[in-house]
Design a binder for this molecule. Sequence first.
Ligand code: DGL
Length: 275
Amino acid sequence: MNASHDTRLPIGVFDSGVGGLTVLRALRQALPQEDLIYLGDTARLPYGTKSRSSISRYAGQATAQLQDRGIKLLVVACNTASAVALDALKEQVKPLPVIGVVEPGATAAVATRPGGRHLVLATEATVRYGAYREAILRRDKLAEVRELACELMVSLAEEGWTAGSIAEAIIRRYLEPLADMDFEPHSIILGCTHFPLLRPAIERVVSEGTAIVDSASTTASVAAALLAEDGLLNAQQGPGRLQLMATDGASRFARVGGRFIGEDLDASDIELVDL
Ligand code: DGL
């Protein structure tokens, strides 16, 4: 167990790949003075099609790697790992605080409209475990929730094919079952950390006025509030340091990850680790 009361320790963030960098970006905006250490388990991406036991094992190993480096807060920047393994991860690192992305995402969705119709776009595993449905209905009993697994959208985001006719055709195809369900959503929840990159394409396909909910900024607000409450905010002057790790493919991580984080990344700055 690390000394989690050391305010100078970084915030640890992990995802199955580069998608969690959308959450990291929001954390940097909300908490610019904090050091951050990010791990993308690129060797084993995607998590979303795997079994509960594999996802739990992978998430546990990624968590252990970050905890070994010394962190004061763990942010599980992967909806799939948050949906499947959050309680086990909390148990693993106790008393280190842990935040997942599903609960903040549900808070943001419910805030868009009381008793609203919410559509969750996510991975197969996130849909299978119904974590968003449960989290939304716990906050708003009158809400209606539908969930669609959209695996190919993870690949689109990883490949950088986030705009144009191919992306829009794939999104349209995934949304087709809505017509049969007779379900016109008030909000669409980007229930996978890869999907914020596809937001403009999603907005072009859905009806005008549909709220698009991204859990990244809500997760960052929850992290900021938690650090303040626990007296864990880093008082250093100037911007925090960023350390990036991946389990495979430093060049690809830098190339694709740069789009997610919104700045150029250099492959030589990505540390390769074996879990
Ligand atoms: N980033 C993951 C999530 O938020 C999706 C990618 C994967 O399937 O590993 O669920």
